[in-house]
Design a binder for this molecule. Structure first.
Ligand code: NAP
Length: 438
C-alpha cells in the first residue's frame, strides 16, 4: 500500500448510520485511502453506552463516552448522534480545534446552520452534510457545486420516506390513513411517535437546507410553511386518482419573481399536493425519495433513490469523509456557505398555484352560479368543474362539486374558501389541495 499521510477520524455515534460508517471505513480502508490520498484512521467512536449491542462487529476498544477527548487531535470529526445538544457543542468544538466536520444532522443544520457555518468560516474549515437532506441521494453537492453556475428556479422534493410510503399505499390499496400508519409502524417504516414525519417537521428541516443552498440565502426553519398528511383520507385519494393526480407530501422551494414588479423573493413550503400522474415525481413509490430541480439553463433534473437507511446513508457520509480528507491534504481555506443573495422568504399568502376545491353543496337550481360568483368575487378563476349528482355521495341530499382553479394567490383562495364555507348553498368544504408540477 502507498505510504499515505495518515488522518485521524473521530466518529460520534454508532447507531443506524454510525455503525455502518465505522464498518465501511474499516472494510474499505485501503480503497478509500487511494481515493482520498490519505489513510483514514478511525481513532475512536463516541457513544452513550460503550457496551450496547451494535448492528455490526466493531472492536470494543474503539468505543468511548469521552467524545470531547476524541475530538481533540482529530483531523475529521463525523457527527452521527442526531438532535441539537450535545451534537451542536461537539461540532463547534471540532471546528474550533481545526477539524473538518461531516454530519447528517438535518435538525441541527436547519436550526443552527448559520452558527455552524460561521464557526467553520472563522477557522477556514469545511462542513460536509450530503446525508442531511435526502439520505443516500446526492443533492447537496449538485446544488452547491454542479449548479453553482446556474440559477435554480424551483425544487420539488419527496424528502420523507415514511409519508411517501403511507401515501403510496393509500393510493394503491385504497386504504385509510390510520390503517396504513399502524401497519407502517408494525413494519418499521414509521416510528412509534410518527409526529416528525406525518406532520411534516422532518420534511420542513430538509426544505430549509435545500432552499438555503439553492437560493444562496440562509432560510430559517420558522420561515418554512408546513402542513402534514393527517387530513388526507381515502375519499381525497380516490378523487385525486379520478382527476389524473396523485397526492404526495412535497417540499417546494421556489424563486418568486413578482409579476407586478415586486422584488425577487423565495417561498419554502411543505404540504400534501396533487401532482399529475405523468409527472416524474408521481412514479416515486414506497419509502423512496426524489428531488426534482428546475434550473434556468440546465432545465429539469431529477435525483432519485433511498432517502434513509443506515448503510445507504453511510454511503453519503463516506463520500463526505473522502472530500474532507482531500481538502485536508490540499490545505487552504474551506469553501464557505454562499448566502450572499440573502433573498426575503415570502409568507405562504403570496404563493400562487392552482387548487382543487371539493365542496358538498345543496342540490337545487342556482347553486353552481352562487359558487361561481363567490369564486369570481375572490379573484379565483375556475378551470374545471365536475359535479357528482345527489344521491351518489355520502349525503344523499347534497351534490359534490370538484372545482379546479386557474393559478390563484393563496390569500385570495383562503379568503374565498372561508366565504364558501359560510355560504348557505355550501353544506361542507370537503378538501382544498394545491396542484403542483403541471
Ligand atoms: P441513532 O440510531 O439513534 O444513533 C445515535 C447514536 O448516537 C447512538 O450510537 C448513540 O449512542 C449516540 N449518542 C446519542 N446521544 C449521545 C451523546 N450524548 N453522546 C455520545 N453519543 C450519543 O441515530 P441514526 O439513525 O444513526 O442517525 C444519526 C444521524 O443521521 C441523525 O442526525 C439523523 O437525522 C441522520 N440521518 C439518519 C438516517 C437514517 O436512516 N437513520 C438518514 C439520514 C440522516 P448509544 O448507541 O450508546 O446509545
Amino acid at each position: 500500500m502507498t505510504d499515505y499521510r495518515r488522518l485521524r477520524v473521530a466518529l460520534l455515534g454508532a447507531g443506524a448510520v454510525g455503525s455502518q460508517v465505522a464498518a465501511l471505513l474499516r472494510r474499505h480502508g485501503d480503497e478509500l485511502a487511494d481515493r482520498a490520498g490519505a489513510a483514514l484512521d478511525l481513532v475512536g467512536i463516541g457513544v452513550r453506552n460503550p457496551d450496547a449491542p451494535r448492528e455490526v462487529d466493531l472492536p470494543q476498544e474503539l468505543f468511548t463516552t469521552d467524545a470531547e477527548h476524541l475530538i481533540l487531535g482529530a483531523d475529521i470529526v463525523i457527527e452521527l448522534i442526531g438532535g441539537i445538544e450535545p451534537a451542536r457543542e461537539y461540532l463547534l468544538q471540532a471546528l474550533n480545534s481545526g477539524a473538518d466536520v461531516v454530519t447528517a444532522n438535518k435538525a441541527l443544520l436547519a436550526t443552527h446552520g448559520p452558527e455552524i457555518f460561521e464557526a467553520a468560516d472563522q477557522v477556514g474549515a469545511s462542513v460536509y452534510y450530503e446525508a442531511a437532506a435526502a439520505g443516500a441521494i446526492p443533492i447537496i453537492r449538485p446544488l452547491r457545486d454542479s449548479l453553482a453556475g446556474d440559477r435554480v428556479q424551483r425544487i420539488m422534493g419527496i424528502v420523507n420516506g415514511t409519508t411517501n410510503y403511507i401515501l403510496d399505499r393509500m393510493d394503491h390499496e385504497g386504504s385509510e390513513f390510520e390503517d396504513v400508519l399502524a401497519d407502517a409502524q408494525a413494519l418499521g417504516y414509521a416510528e412509534a411517535d410518527p409526529t416528525a414525519d406525518i406532520e411534516g417537521y422532518d420534511a420542513a428541516q430538509k426544505a430549509a437546507i435545500l432552499a438555503s443552498l439553492a437560493f444562496h440565502t440562509a432560510v430559517p426553519l420558522d420561515a418554512v410553511h408546513r402542513e402534514g398528511i393527517t387530513s388526507i383520507d381515502k375519499a381525497m385519494m380516490d378523487s385525486a386518482r379520478h382527476a389524473g393526480y396523485v397526492i404526495k407530501l412535497l417540499a417546494v422551494c421556489e424563486r418568486l419573481t413578482g409579476r407586478d414588479g415586486s422584488p425577487e423573493s423565495i417561498s419554502v413550503r411543505v404540504y400534501p399536493a396533487l401532482i399529475p400522474r405523468e409527472h416524474p415525481l408521481a412514479s416515486v413509490h414506497g419509502a423512496n425519495n426524489a428531488v426534482f430541480v428546475q434550473a434556468e439553463a440546465a432545465g429539469n433534473l431529477m435525483f432519485y433513490g433511498a432517502g434513509a437507511g443506515g448503510v445507504q446513508t453511510a454511503s453519503a457520509v463516506l463520500g463526505d469523509v473522502v472530500s474532507a480528507a482531500r481538502r485536508h491534504i490540499a490545505g487552504g481555506v474551506g469553501v464557505g456557505e454562499s448566502t450572499r443573495a440573502n433573498l426575503p422568504v415570502s409568507p405562504i399568502d403570496f404563493v400562487e398555484t392552482r387548487y382543487q376545491v371539493t365542496l358538498d353543496v345543496s342540490d337545487r337550481p342556482g347553486v353552481l352560479a352562487s359558487v361561481a360568483g363567490i369564486l369570481s368575487d375572490g379573484d379565483v378563476s375556475i378551470a374545471t368543474v365536475e359535479q357528482t349528482p345527489s344521491g351518489t355521495g355520502e349525503d344523499p341530499r347534497t351534490a359534490r362539486l370538484v372545482i379546479g382553479t386557474h393559478i390563484a394567490r393563496e390569500k385570495n383562495l383562503a379568503d374565498t374558501v372561508e366565504r364558501l364555507g359560510r355560504s348557505d348553498v355550501v353544506e361542507r368544504v370537503v378538501s382544498v389541495l394545491r396542484v403542483e408540477g403541471d
